[in-house]
Structure formats: C-alpha cells, structure tokens
Write a protein that binds this ligand. Structure first.
Ligand code: CMC
Length: 427
C-alpha cells in the first residue's frame, strides 16, 4: 500500500497525491492545490495548533490517552523514583543518562555557576517590594543575558553549553534573591556543599544560622517536583522558546520569552489558581455547589483538564504520593481534604467523565509548595526553575534541526482592502 494521501479538489475535479510520513502530511504539499495559477494555494487553518506538528523531536514522549510520559524513552515514574533533577536535566539535554564521571562533572559545573554578578543585584533591588515573582524572574533572566554578550553565538556548541549551564545554575539564585528582596531579608548566597534543590531552599529560607540545614524529605520532594516539571514537549511555553529562538535570539531572551508564556493562569499559573480555588471552596461541604457552578459554565475547575492528557496525568499521581511524604514533616495542609474530596466527586461526575477531565500536574503541586512555605505568588517560578532544562533541550534540538527556519505562521485575512485614506477632518 503506498504511503500517500489522494486528495480530490471538487472545485476543479483535480486529484493530488501527497506523501505520508509518520502518519503526517506536509502542510506545504497542499500548496499545489489551486483553482487558478495565481492562487496562493491551499493552507490549513489550525488556531491554537490543535493538530499541527511543528517539529520532529526525540526528547519527550506523551501518550495522552494512556497517560504515559517519558523523557528520552524513560518513564517518568522511574525517573521520579530513582533519578535527581540534575541527572534528569542532563538526560533531556544530552539524550542519555550520564555515567558517574559525567554526572559528577555536570553537578560540579552547575554548582560552580550559581553566583550572580553583583551588578545584577542592583536590578533585583530596584523592583518594588510587591512586584510579582514571575515579572521579576522574566526581567532578571533577560537582564542576565546582558552580562554575556557572547551568548549570541548560538551555533557554537561550546559557547551554547556555557550558557545552558549558567541559566540552569543561576535561575535558583535569581528566584531566591528576588524572594529575599521582596520580604526585606538580606540575600542568602549559594552554598556549594548543598544539592541543587537544597541550595534553592538555602537561598530562600536561611536565617542567622551559619549553615542552612536541609530536611532530606523536603529536599527530595522538591527534587521530584523539579523532575516532573522538567519538560512536557510542545506546550505553550516550549513552543514560545522555539518560536523566539527561531529568530536566532540569545538563549536568555528566549528563556525570558518562554517564561512569559508560562506565566498565564491556563499554563504555569494554574497551581496558584488551584490554591485560590480551594480557599474559595473553604470546606468539603461546599464542593457540590462549587461543581454545579463549574458545570453551569461559571469558571473552570483549576488543576483539571489538559490539552493532551485525556486520562489521569501521570505527574499528578506521583505528586499526590509525594505530598504525603512532605506532610509527614510539615503537618498536613488543611486544603488537602478539600482537594481529595473535590477530585473524588469530579471523577464520578458525568460532566467531567464525558469530557475526560482528570487532575493535572498542578492540582496537587501547590499543596506541597504551600507546605514548604513557598509563597503562592512564587508557584509559577517553581514551575519555571526546572522547565528551563526542557526549554533549553528543545531549543538546542531546534538549532540542530535542518528542517527548522524562522517561525512564521500564515493567516486568513478577513479585513477590508483597498480603502482610501480619509483626512482627519473628514472622518
Ligand atoms: N473545568 C471545567 N471544564 C473544563 C475544564 C476544567 N478545568 N477544562 C476543560 N473543560 C471543558 C471545557 O469547557 C470544554 O467543554 P465543552 O466541550 O462543553 O465546551 C471541554 O472541557 C474541552 O475543554 P477545552 O477548553 O476545549 O480544552 P483545551 O484543551 O482547550 O484546554 C486546558 C486545556 C488545560 C487549558 C483546560 O482544561 C483548562 O483551562 N484547565 C484549567 C486550567 C489548568 O489546570 N491548567 C493547567 C494545565 S496542566 C499544566 C501546564 O501544562 O501548564
């Protein structure tokens, strides 16, 4: 059977054979379909990219119907159980797990690059005390790039690797410093003896003690959250990273752009929205009435539903388990009971069952962040910290992909044409 698609254009009676590769046809192959020679040719109309593959990628695999997520072929469940975030970041960026020497070198490099140029502190100092942490993160990341003008050499693999290390290392310092500034505390500097998540907690919460002591259970829970958030193929922010990067912008600017896309409540802002929702519900008694409101179209159940998963998000299952480990140390988050009951009721309700709406990664992650004393406004920052490794892996893959060019979608123009300019006095 030939791997082609035969298309008949009923406007002209002509037929066309279009090649099928990986169950996909090339959108540009449709351009030969024309009524007249001067026609632009057939396009596809796909707002929100519901059915358009924009790249070939070997980084992350998702089967949304079965609830499967793999990084470089390894199931997320195994990575969450056995790996660390830094090892997972190496895997995403390099394609395979590191051997012992490679992992030691990678960890050492990241640890040695966590310090920020002191001039960047002037920028962090200049934000108002109540500036949103994501606005701070986005601006500080863009500003960080100004310290490394060589970063524009994106096709030099050595230079590129240096920037990747810097971004992954320094994002925890940027997040920690901005938090300290917002609460009027002196900066807590990176401690090279600590792990990546431990160092982040140190830069957030160290007080007057000479050495910050990390709780192993909390450090591990944070590492698991970082692993689960590291990549998720062509989501809104990753696509933004690729789109901005396709203009050959430097990686700091591209990461700042991707972080901006992450900021919205339908993407990385959902974990914060979940806590607001649970607070608004207030008690398990109020859940049925809340669900009725959602079903009547008055708002959404935050932390539920996903463009790709039409099954339980595998990350939500792992996070739900990790939450119990955290609560053993911190005491139970009182919102947990509301979340559990809300999930139970929603999963039995026809509205949610029919639409295949299940808890997503954000449904339980906010409860853990809250238990770790991370302020709610920083939850999206907690998503951005590990996601930079995914963004950078996808960006690097794009730069090495000969099929890629500057991103430039088409439009179907619906406005007026050929009007005359009317002088202002005659309008
Ligand atoms: N609560 C109630 N109804 C929902 C929800 C929800 N959370 N999500 C989708 N629906 C309904 C939606 O109204 C629509 O109903 P109908 O067919 O009657 O019009 C149907 O389900 C299909 O939804 P959709 O809006 O076409 O789905 P989408 O793929 O465009 O949206 C989504 C995906 C994640 C934006 C959406 O499910 C949503 O807004 N969820 C709440 C926000 C959230 O939790 N976001 C985090 C996503 S996971 C983390 C990340 O990757 O950023």
């Amino acid at each position: 059977m030939p791997d082609t698609l035969t298309i008949k254009d009923n406007r002209t009676g002509k037929t066309y054979d279009v090649k099928i590769t990986d169950d996909t046809i090339k959108a540009t192959d449709l351009r030969q379909i024309k009524v007249h020679d001067e026609d632009f040719g057939m396009m596809t109309y796909d707002p929100a990219f519901m059915n358009t593959a924009s790249c070939r990628s070997s980084i992350t695999f998702i089967d949304g119907d079965k609830g499967i997520l793999e990084y470089r072929g390894i199931p997320i469940e195994q990575l969450a159980e056995k790996s660390t975030y830094l090892e997972t970041a190496y895997l995403l960026l390099n394609g395979t797990l590191p051997n012992k020497a490679q992992l030691d070198e990678w960890k050492n490099e990241i640890t040695m690059h966590t310090i920020l140029n002191v001039n960047l502190q002037a920028l962090i100092d200049s934000f108002r005390y109540d500036a949103h942490p994501m606005g701070r993160l986005i601006s500080t990341m863009a500003a960080l790039g100004t310290f490394y003008p060589e970063a524009k050499n994106i096709f030099d693999p050595v230079c590129r690797q240096k920037q990747i290390v810097r971004i992954i290392a320094k994002i925890i310092t940027i997040a920690g410093f901005n938090y300290r500034r917002s609460i009027g505390m002196p900066y807590s500097y990176p401690d090279n003896d600590l792990s990546y998540p431990g160092n982040f907690l140190n830069m957030m919460f160290k007080m007057t003690e000479s050495k910050y002591k990390v709780s192993p259970a909390l450090e591990r829970a944070l590492d698991i959250l970082f692993i689960l958030h590291a990549d998720h193929e062509q989501n809104c922010s990753t696509s933004t990273m690729r789109v901005v990067g396709s203009s050959q912008a430097d990686p700091y600017s591209s990461v700042a752009g991707a972080a901006t896309a992450l900021y919205g409540p339908l993407h990385g802002g959902a974990n914060e929205a979940v806590i607001h929702m649970l607070n608004e519900i207030g008690s398990t008694r109020n859940i049925p009435a809340y669900i009725e409101k959602v079903k009547a179209g008055e708002g959404k159940l935050m932390g539920f539903g996903h463009r790709v998963y039409k099954n339980y998000d595998p990350r939500a299952r792992i996070i739900k388990r990790a939450a119990y480990d955290v609560f053993e140390v911190t005491g139970k988050n009182p919102l947990l009971d509301i979340a559990l009951e809300l999930e139970k009721i929603a999963l039995e309700d026809d509205y949610f069952v029919k639409r295949k709406l299940y808890p997503n990664v954000d449904f339980y992650s906010g409860l853990i962040y809250q238990a770790l004393d991370i302020p709610m406004e920083m939850f999206t920052v907690m998503f951005a910290i590990p996601r930079v490794s995914g963004w950078l892996a996808q960006w690097q893959e794009m730069l090495n992909d000969p099929d890629q060019k500057i991103s430039r979608p088409r439009q179907i123009y619906t406005g007026a044409r050929k009007l005359d300019y009317v002088p202002i006095g005659k309008r």
